[in-house]
Design a protein around this ligand. Structure first.
Ligand code: FVH
Length: 292
C-alpha cells in the first residue's frame, strides 16, 4: 500500500483577494500554513482557520522551505523580500508580471540561493478550490522545484508546467488574457449594435456564445498555418471576401449609431495585408504585420 504523506508546510506572502482564496484551500486540505500580509488586519481572519500569522516577511519566509508569493506586482515582491534571507528556499511567485520581470526575478532568486518558479494564474478567486471551474496556473522555471511541490501546488487549482524558461508562464498567461481582451471587445461591439432595438439581450447572449465557440477552432488552423508557413485558405473564407464583408459591418455600425473603434484596428490590418497581395490567405497573415 502507498505510504500516506502528511500535507507539506508552506508560507504564503500576500492576502489580497487571490492570496486569501489560496490560503483557505491549503488550510482546508490540512497544510500547515504560515501567512504574512503588509496590512496585518487582512491576515487575522485566517488565524481562526489554523494559519500561523508571521509578524514580518522575514519570519514568514523562515517558517517553510516552500514560499508562495501572491502580491500586487513585481515592485511589491521586491519591497516585501528586500533583506530577507532566501537561502535554500523554493520561491513560487504567483504575482502577475511580464516575462522579462519573471526572468529577472528568477536570476535575482538564484543569486540569493533560492530556486524559482513563476506562476500565471488562469482563474479568478471564486474558481480557487473548485476543480470543476477549469482554473489552473501556468508554471515555469525550476522543474526540480515544481516536481518537489507539485502536490501542494495542485491543491488550490490545476497546474500546467510549461518549461525551464521562467518567462514562459507569464508569456502564456498574458497571451491568453490578450485573446480574452479581443473577445470582450468583439462581444461589446455586438451588444452595442443590438441593445437599442427590440431584441431580448438575454436571448441574444446564447447566440453570441454559440457563434464564438463555433469560431474558436480557427485558433487551431492558425497554429497549423503559422507552423507550415502556408497561409492560404483553400475552401474556407479568404481575406478578400472578409475585407469586403468588413464594409457591411462598418456600414451597419454607422446605421446603428455605434462607433467602430473596437473593430477598426484589426480591419485596417486585414486591408493592409490584402493590399500587399494576400487576398487568398486567411487572417493568419495579419500576424506578420504585428511583429516589430
Ligand atoms: N484577483 C484576480 O481576479 C486575479 C486573477 C489572476 C491573477 N491575479 C493576480 O494575483 C495577484 C494578487 O491579486 P489579488 O486579487 O490578491 O490582489 P489584491 O486583492 O489587490 O491584493 C494585493 C496584495 O498585494 C499586497 N501588496 C501590495 N503592495 C505591496 C507592497 N508594496 N508590499 C507588500 N505587499 C503589497 C497587498 O497587501 P495589503 O494592501 O493588503 O497591505 C495585498 O496582499 C496580482 O498580481 C494579480 O494581478 C489576480
Amino acid at each position: 500500500t502507498p505510504r500516506k504523506t502528511s500535507p507539506a508546510p508552506l508560507t504564503l506572502l500576500g492576502l489580497g483577494a487571490m492570496g486569501t482564496a489560496l490560503a483557505r484551500t491549503w488550510l482546508a486540505a490540512g497544510h500547515p500554513l504560515t501567512v504574512w500580509n503588509r496590512t496585518p488586519s487582512r491576515a487575522e481572519p485566517l488565524a481562526g482557520h489554523g494559519a500561523r500569522i508571521a509578524p514580518d516577511a522575514a519570519e514568514a519566509v523562515a517558517a517553510a522551505d516552500l514560499v508562495v508569493l501572491c502580491l500586487l506586482d513585481d515592485a511589491s515582491v521586491e519591497e516585501a523580500l528586500t533583506g530577507v534571507d532566501l537561502t535554500g528556499k523554493d520561491l513560487v511567485n504567483l504575482t502577475t508580471g511580464t516575462p522579462s520581470q519573471a526572468r529577472a526575478r528568477a536570476a535575482w532568486a538564484q543569486e540569493r540561493g533560492a530556486r524559482f518558479l513563476d506562476g500565471g494564474i488562469m482563474a479568478i478567486p471564486p474558481m480557487i478550490g473548485v476543480p470543476e471551474s477549469g482554473g489552473y496556473v501556468f508554471y515555469s522555471g525550476s522543474s526540480a522545484a515544481f516536481e518537489a511541490h507539485r502536490r501542494t501546488l495542485a491543491v488550490p487549482t490545476g497546474t500546467r508546467y510549461v518549461g525551464e524558461d521562467a518567462g514562459f508562464a507569464a508569456l502564456q498567461d498574458v497571451a491568453l488574457l490578450s485573446a480574452m481582451t479581443g473577445m470582450f471587445a468583439g462581444f461589446s461591439h455586438a451588444f452595442a449594435l443590438v441593445r437599442k432595438e427590440d431584441i431580448d439581450l438575454k436571448e441574444f447572449a446564447p447566440l453570441l456564445v454559440e457563434w464564438l465557440v463555433a469560431m474558436a477552432p480557427a485558433t487551431h488552423s492558425t497554429a497549423e498555418q503559422l507552423t507550415s508557413g502556408d497561409y492560404t485558405t483553400g475552401v474556407a473564407s479568404n481575406l478578400a471576401m472578409m475585407v469586403a464583408g468588413n464594409t457591411t459591418m462598418l456600414r451597419t455600425a454607422e446605421e446603428q449609431g455605434v462607433s467602430s473603434e473596437l473593430l477598426l484596428p484589426f480591419m485596417n490590418l486585414m486591408e493592409r495585408r490584402l493590399k500587399d497581395g494576400h487576398g487568398d490567405e486567411s487572417t493568419t497573415g495579419v500576424i506578420e504585420l504585428l511583429s516589430r
